[in-house]
Ligand binder design. Sequence first.
Ligand SMILES: [Zn+2]
Length: 54
Amino acid sequence: MPLYDYKCAKCGETFSLVLSINEKETKKIKCPKCNSIRVKPVYSGFFAVTSKKS
Ligand SMILES: [Zn+2]
């Protein structure tokens, strides 16, 4: 199964999860550190993680 990287918008923790497509669509992804659901997917090798967007 594919591995997805996420970054927590609250505490900045980065973590990886193995999810099926179905899980990815339906599951609420939570930060393992602070339990926030404000997590963003990180696509490595694509865009650098930045808040800048024009
Ligand atoms: Zn967090």
